[in-house]
Design a protein around this ligand. Structure first.
Ligand SMILES: [Fe+2]
Ligand SMILES: [Fe+2]
Length: 267
C-alpha cells in the first residue's frame, strides 16, 4: 500500500472505523498506529508536540487579535486548557490522552506482578513520543522525568530504547517482529545504540529496562482499556510532583514541560 492509497483509505474509513474516537488526539493516535502497522513505505512522522490537540498547521499558529493577526503565544485556545500548577496526571489527560500504548504496557507489567517502580517506568517509557519528540525518545523521556522519579526508573526509560533492538531469549525477549516491518529486515542499529545496549546489559538495573521492553506492546488490544485510575496511587507514591507545578518548578527540565504545555508558541 502506498501513502496516497493509504490516506484515501483512511479518509474513507474515518467516519465508520474511528467514529468511536472522541478527540482529535485520540484519532491522531489511532491513525498514527495504523500508519505504523500498515504503511509499507518509509514514513516521516511529525513530532507529537507539533500536532497534539489540533490539526497540524503549515506554519506558526496565528490568531485574530482585534483587527490584526498575531502569532500564537500563551495558552492555545485550540488545545485543552491546563491548570496553573499542572501535575503528571494533568499532562496525561490534557496532552497525551489517550496514550493507550503506555496504559496497556503498564497494565501488562502490573499483571505480571512487577514492582511499582517498574510499573511506573512502563507507564512513562514512551512519554517523549506522546508529548515531546520521537527521535531518541528514551533519552528525552528519561531526562523529562529525571528530577521526579528514582534513578532506577529514569535509567530504565533511557535504556529501553537501545535494548529494544537486541533479543535476550534467556528472559523471553525476542527481536520485535514489528521492527522488521518498520525498519526493514536489513536494518542495523547505529553503533552508539549497540554500545548503549551492551552497557545496559551489564548494569545492575538491566532488568528494569528489559522489563519495559518485554511489556512494550506494539499491537493495541481492542479488548483492553486500562485507565489512568489504575496507576494514580503508584504515581502518587513514586512521582515527586513539584508543588509549583510541572514546568514552573525551576528544574533543569521545566522548559520541556512548558513546551509540551505550549507547543504552538511562536517563541
Ligand atoms: Fe520506546
Ligand atoms: Fe513503547
Amino acid at each position: 500500500m502506498n501513502r496516497r492509497s493509504f490516506i484515501a483509505q483512511v479518509a474513507a474509513t474515518t467516519t465508520a472505523g474511528l467514529a468511536h474516537s472522541t478527540s482529535i488526539s485520540e484519532r491522531a493516535e489511532a491513525l498514527e498506529h495504523r500508519m505504523m502497522v500498515e504503511l509499507d513505505e518509509q514514513v516521516v512522522v511529525r513530532p507529537r508536540m507539533c500536532s497534539v490537540g489540533a490539526e497540524p498547521s503549515a506554519g506558526p499558529s496565528r490568531r485574530a487579535n482585534g483587527s490584526s493577526i498575531t502569532y500564537q503565544m500563551g495558552p492555545d485556545p485550540n488545545l485543552p486548557s491546563m491548570p496553573s500548577k499542572p501535575n503528571l496526571i494533568d499532562f496525561f489527560e490534557q496532552r497525551f490522552a489517550p496514550a493507550m500504548h503506555l496504559l496497556q504496557s503498564a497494565a501488562l507489567a502490573q499483571e505480571a506482578g512487577l514492582d511499582e517502580e517498574t510499573v511506573l517506568a512502563c507507564l512513562l517509557h514512551d512519554i517523549s513520543v506522546f508529548g515531546l519528540i520521537r527521535s531518541d525518545h528514551g533519552y528525552w523521556g528519561a531526562q523529562l522525568v529525571e528530577p521526579y522519579v528514582s534513578e532506577r526508573v529514569s535509567w530504565g526509560i533511557r535504556y529501553h530504547q537501545s535494548l529494544r533492538f537486541f533479543p535476550d531469549p534467556a528472559v523471553g525477549y525476542d527481536y520485535p517482529e514489528a521492527y522488521i516491518r518498520y525498519f526493514g529486515a536489513d536494518y542495523e542499529p547505529e553503533p552508539h545504540i549497540r554500545a548503549a545496549a551492551e552497557y545496559a546489559r551489564n548494569h545492575k538495573w538491566y532488568m528494569t529496562a528489559r522489563h519495559i521492553t518485554i511489556n512494550d506492546i506494539y499491537a493495541f488490544d481492542p479488548n483492553a482499556h486500562p485507565t489512568l485510575d489504575l496507576f494514580k496511587e503508584i504515581i502518587g507514591r513514586h512521582f515527586k510532583q513539584p508543588s509549583e507545578g510541572l514546568g514552573y518548578d525551576g528544574s533543569p527540565v521545566a522548559h520541556m514541560w512548558r513546551t509540551i504545555m505550549f507547543p504552538t508558541n511562536f517563541l
